[in-house]
Ligand binder design. Structure first.
Ligand code: NAD
Length: 389
């Protein structure tokens, strides 16, 4: 019988969990044996008793859970934490499966350890964005929460109303919100800001998103038509500095009138494009708010800092690095379903582990397997990081 372990996340600020009572119930139904570390779901408001009712048994000591598991379901990459006998990645037995947001490019040492330990690891960031894998798309389920929460943060910090209000004391104008990057997070931010009654303007380099922006009630800011930012797989490509300069010039006019700016612009595998310079911040209205969701990739705003609030010229700049963790109940509900959907792909009809390397979703998400780093870009990074300077 395949043994699944769900440890408590130990990274500071992480409140989510890799399985919920709902997904535990579904795993048990498939014939898996599920162990959950005591308190694993507490920060997401899932109690130990609910996991037990769903069919899991509780484990007090993670040092017991890790080495006995055939499958470990995580949110964040394994690490070294107080109270554990060693690195989490070293606690897995050979042949075990690890699923989580493993952020391989930032955790090359962990990748090396997983490969050396013969662990089969699947990183949710690597799940190909094909129709069949939509139920496993944790990047999207979490980005959507980020976009929603970013607007709420901006509304909370703004010394103004978002909606147009006609009151006995006169009229209040609606807030003007500029959203940069209309991918999953940006589209949810547009929808949320519109629901709150703001006037929303949007900048993106992929012309294809114009229609999506308009269908949500946003106004698309037209950019120089000479270059399309459409890259591969529905993502943007990195634009040249000349284009970005012209984009900043155009967007600047909108920023100077904005009350809130939500930036979500990313280019896969590259630093976040610099869309808001310090000079542009200085031209904004005091009291306005910037929420930079790209802060972990270097930030879309020159002045944003991870998990800090910076005030410059009266403009509040917030750089939250993990907004889904600020809404852990629903974030975990969706995340755990994504993880469960991916785990199902690794099981045969009898409920035994069967890693099918021919499956494009499994092959795409696979980071390490059978002692090797199977993700080409990470393998390349590892090789170049080993070359002596
Ligand atoms: P992302 O997080 O990589 O980027 C966010 C946005 O930033 C993108 O819209 C991108 O075009 C934009 N951007 C990049 N450079 C910019 C710049 N200089 N200025 C302004 N904006 C810039 O993207 P994402 O949210 O992961 O989604 C990318 C696309 O993939 C979306 O169109 C989404 O609908 C699509 N998608 C498809 C599937 C699927 O088919 N299964 C699943 C999820 C997402």
């Amino acid at each position: 019988m395949v043994k699944v372990f769900v440890p408590r996340e130990r990274r500071p600020g992480e409140t989510r969990v890799g399985a919920t009572p709902e997904t535990v119930r579904r795993m048990v139904k498939l014939g898996l044996e599920v162990a959950v570390e005591r308190g694993a779901g507490e920060a997401s408001l899932f109690q130990d008793a609910e996991y037990e009712t769903a069919g899991a048994h509780l484990v007090a000591d993670p040092a017991e859970g890790w080495p006995n598991a055939d499958v470990v379901l995580k949110v964040t990459p394994p690490g070294i934490f107080e109270g554990l006998p060693g690195h989490e990645a070293e606690g897995l037995k050979p042949g075990a499966v690890l699923i989580g947001f493993l952020a391989p490019h930032r955790n090359l040492d962990v990748v090396r350890t997983l490969a050396a330990g013969n662990v089969t690891s699947l990183s949710l960031e690597l799940v190909p964005r094909v129709t069949r894998a939509q139920s496993m798309d944790a990047l999207s389920s979490q980005a959507s929460i980020g976009g929603y929460k970013a607007v709420l943060l901006a509304a909370w910090r703004l010394p103004k109303y978002f909606p147009l209000l006609m009151t006995a004391a006169g009229t209040i104008k609606p807030a003007r919100v500029v959203i940069m990057g209309a991918g999953v997070a940006g589209l949810q931010a547009i929808a949320t800001a519109k629901r709150l009654g703001a006037v929303v303007e949007v900048s993106d380099v992929r012309p294809a998103v114009k229609e999506q922006v308009e269908s949500l009630g946003g106004k698309f800011i037209e950019l120089p038509a000479a270059e399309s930012g459409e890259g591969q797989g529905g993502y943007a490509r990195e634009m040249g500095e000349d284009f970005l300069r012209r984009q900043r010039e155009i967007v600047q006019r909108h920023l100077s009138q904005a009350d809130a700016v939500i930036t979500t612009a990313l280019v896969p595998g590259r630093p976040a494009p610099r869309l808001v310079t310090a000079e542009m911040v200085h031209a904004m209205r005091p009291g306005s708010v910037i929420v930079d969701l790209a802060v972990e990739q270097g930030g879309n705003c020159e002045l944003s800092q991870p998990d800090r609030e910076v005030v410059e010229n009266g403009v509040v700049i917030i750089g939250p690095s993990n907004l889904p963790a600020a809404m852990p109940h629903d974030a975990s509900l969706l995340y755990a379903r994504n993880v469960f959907a991916l785990l199902q792909l690794l099981l045969d009809k009898e409920g035994n582990l069967a890693v099918n390397l021919e499956d494009e979703v499994v092959a795409g998400a696979l980071l390490t397997h059978a002692g090797k780093v199977t993700h080409p870009a990470t393998a390349e990074r590892l090789t170049s990081s080993e070359v002596p300077a």
